[in-house]
Design a protein around this ligand. Structure first.
Ligand SMILES: [Zn+2]
Ligand SMILES: [Zn+2]
Length: 213
């Protein structure tokens, strides 16, 4: 064998080993990242959007007989009077709706932070050569979330039921006050916004899951 050929073979072998080393290093980096992100992703839970924890029974004073009773009763136990337009009752309902609204707003802020994190994770993972870029599709089912369109709200001023489309503010047919600032309606709108973010979160997650698992 002449010297030229020997050098050529040595260069090919060297090249082969360098390539192999590069592949191994890339794979180790990828696996390390995958492990790190897997832990982050496994900690994700569905958010709780239910209003249940904000619905309470209240002690109110009857408009007709002055009796103090709890709203776990459907009417005043003393005179059977209705209380759906009782000022004290409507104020308590508004308070609950306001608490629910701020709870949703808090969830919304949390989701925004999470989404930001997932975007960064996704970007970081896509940098790796061994990530199959064709895998970035939405083949995992995104949990179906019901976006509310038509709602029935209670007028905060007179307790009348109002049917409306969620984005149309209307006037109460009974007392004429506007539903625009109604906390129940605002909470419905906020809930829709949170649901949309939640769906987006799942789309990001699906992308990450396609890569990491
Ligand atoms: Zn009464
Ligand atoms: Zn009204």
């Amino acid at each position: 064998m002449n010297n030229d050929l020997k050098i050529k073979i040595a260069l090919y072998v060297l090249f082969f080993f360098l390539l192999l080393a590069f592949i191994v290093i890339e794979m180790i980096i990828y696996l390390k990242k995958a492990k790190k992100y897997k832990e982050k992703i496994m900690a994700i839970k569905d958010i709780d959007l239910s209003k249940d924890q904000f619905i309470k029974d209240y002690d109110i004073k009857c408009d007709y007989c002055g009796n103090i009773f709890n709203t776990s009763n459907s009417t005043c136990p003393n005179c059977q009077g209705a209380y759906s337009s009782n000022k004290q009752y409507l104020e308590e309902i508004k308070k609950s709706n306001t608490e629910y609204y701020y709870y949703l707003e808090h969830l919304q802020q949390e989701l925004k932070v999470k989404l930001d994190t997932y975007c960064k994770v996704l970007k970081d993972l896509k940098k790796n050569l061994f990530v199959n870029h064709n895998c970035f599709n939405y083949s995992i089912d995104i949990p179906s979330k019901d976006i509310v369109e038509n709602v029935q709200i209670f007028c905060e001023y007179c307790g009348t039921k109002i049917d409306l489309k969620i984005n149309d503010g209307v006037s109460c047919p009974n007392c004429g006050s506007t539903s625009k600032d109604n906390m129940e309606l605002k909470a419905y709108i906020k809930k829709n916004e949170v649901l949309e973010l939640e769906c987006e979160k799942y789309r990001e997650l699906n992308d990450i899951i396609m890569i990491v698992f």
